[in-house]
Design a protein around this ligand. Structure first.
Ligand code: AHR
Length: 519
């Protein structure tokens, strides 16, 4: 089967079920560098941090007096790992937590801050030691753009309005002066604001029409306090395939928002009430199901975008995939409310597929945030007291960050499917872009755990002299890093790519993610 898809190539052709060490299957690919597509917004590579489990406390923040090496209370190992990753933005304080967060409880001397119960996540007591200053200073330290979610569910318009003034005003105004009294003279550059989180669920169980009215009410009072800072307002969007929500929001809110937030998680079993599936102990059935459910993102983005196109043909409003990633059963012996899970090679494939889908829709998808950055769901970092490891998902984000703000390039493909249990998905996904320096990068994901692929790529409009690359793969589908074996899976130099005149051949191992640079 031949298909033309900008950037993402979902490869399909009938083939029998995979067998161990099956011969590599041919894939043909055409890259046309003379026809640039949209820019892949770097904000597609964003992250999410919530007061949930050990994401903030222990993950990011240990406090100045901790024996864990830190800079102003932020752990040094995490700071270093995140610097390498090039995190464009970080969403905070939730999630469901955002709609019960009262920001004034999180400023001033820490020992005087009131506590609260984190009702959503384990019912633990939140001491508010990590608040507005701690979050925004953390972002500033790393050059990350903060993305703050306002409390619409249980807060007030006044509270939201005052928070925005506190964070962004440089006037001699009451909230800016309160900020100064707490030791921060200059305002922070908070460019992204969400007006509530999951207002259809934990954020207030609202109907789309009721939320649309609420959005307009809050939005009226979210002011731009500075000429040099135009706040990007992101509305609560649909849960998965709730197309009615998108329709109502686009119709009733329209140009009053800059982004509409979609949430979609990958559960191997697809079951929210029973077992979601194990993070590390699974067979090929759950490997296949996880990747198949991940690819559902393509349909969600396509259909929500089509509704947005009706009301916003100029694509002024971004589709923001605000929360995405795998959601498994928690690790044995951990608090079920803390959502702590391990991450394997399977998660690396999930990350690559989702990022490729976002690239392919770069004309509409302007931001995405994987859930969540540390110790929660599909994290890029896991910690255990003073120890820290990075996950296979971290490696994909690091390998693929060359696509950030690069121009998407169109691809054409002919290739096989990966079949399992009578079902099939495209075996290989590919994306290509040209960065600002003119260098072309190609990223590949081979979903088939048993069969390698030999990709023959015809190159138009580019005559590279050399190709360099890295590959992420492992002996088993569930290979993962642990605190005892922190580098069980990590990228290594890739030697499977060869150039000829006008073409490139890539020997893609089974169950692998590859990044190539044409030089
Ligand atoms: O990421 C965990 C939770 O998932 C978030 O708090 C919520 O927005 C979503 O349901």
């Amino acid at each position: 089967m031949t298909s033309k898809l900008p950037l993402m190539l979902l490869l399909s052709a009938a083939l029998a079920g995979a067998a161990t060490a099956a011969p590599a299957r041919p894939v043909s690919l055409t890259l046309d560098a003379t026809k640039p597509g949209p820019v892949i917004n770097k904000h597609i590579y964003g992250h999410f941090s919530e007061h949930l489990g050990r994401c903030i406390y222990e993950g990011i923040w240990v406090g100045e007096n901790s024996p864990i090496p830190n800079t102003k209370g932020y752990r040094n190992d995490v700071l270093a790992a995140l610097r390498t990753l090039k995190v464009p933005q970080l969403r905070w304080p939730g999630g469901c937590f955002a709609d019960e967060y009262h920001w004034k409880d999180g400023i001033g001397p820490r020992e005087k801050r009131p506590s609260m119960i984190n009702t959503h996540w384990g019912g633990v007591v939140e001491n508010n030691h990590f608040g507005t200053h701690e979050f925004l200073d953390f972002c500033e330290l790393l050059g990350i753009e903060p993305y703050v979610c306002l409390n619409v569910g249980s807060g007030s318009v006044q509270e939201a309005m005052e928070w925005v003034e506190y964070m962004t005003s440089d006037a001699s105004s009451p909230m800016a002066n309160l900020r100064r009294a707490h030791g921060r003279d200059k305002p922070w550059n908070v460019r992204y604001l969400a007006i509530g989180n999951e207002s259809w669920g934990c954020g207030g169980n609202m109907t789309p029409a009721y939320y649309a009215d609420n959005y307009k009410r809050y939005n009226t009072f979210v002011k731009n306090y500075r000429r040099d800072l135009r706040i990007q307002r992101i509305a609560c969007g649909p849960n998965e395939g709730n197309y009615e929500w998108t329709e109502v929001l686009m119709k009733n809110v329209g140009n009053r928002m800059h982004g509409l937030a979609l949430h979609y998680y990958t559960l191997p079993t697809g079951n929210w009430r029973g077992s979601k599936g194990h993070a590390t102990q699974f067979g090929e059935d759950m490997w296949f199901a996880t990747l198949q459910r991940t690819l559902h993102m393509e349909e969600l983005v396509t259909r929500h975008s089509a509704i947005m196109d009706k009301y916003d043909p100029q694509k002024r409003i971004g589709l923001v995939v605000d929360e995405w990633g795998t959601w498994y059963d928690v690790e044995a012996g951990t608090n079920p409310g803390f959502l702590y899970q391990q991450s394997t090679l399977r998660d690396a494939l999930v990350a690559a597929l989702n990022l490729h889908i976002f690239h392919a829709h770069a004309d509409r998808v302007t931001m995405a945030n994987i859930a969540q950055i540390i110790n929660v769901l599909q994290s890029v970092i896991l910690t255990d007291k003073e120890k820290m490891i990075v996950t296979p998902t971290y490696h994909v984000f690091e390998m693929f960050n060359v696509h950030q703000d690069a121009t998407a390039l169109p691809l054409e493909v002919q290739s096989p499917d990966y079949e399992f249990g009578g079902k099939k998905i495209p075996a290989v996904s590919v994306s290509a872009s040209r960065d600002k320096a003119g260098k072309i990068h190609l990223s590949f994901a081979n979903c088939d755990p048993n069969t390698a692929a030999t990709v023959t790529c015809t190159l138009t409009g580019v005559t590279p002299k050399a190709v360099r690359g890295r590959v992420l793969t492992a002996p088993a589908i569930n290979t993962h890093n642990t605190f005892a074996a922190p580098t069980a899976i990590q990228p290594v130099p890739f030697t499977g790519a060869t150039l000829a005149v006008g073409s490139l051949q890539v020997d893609l191992p089974a169950k692998s993610v590859v990044i190539l640079a044409l030089e």
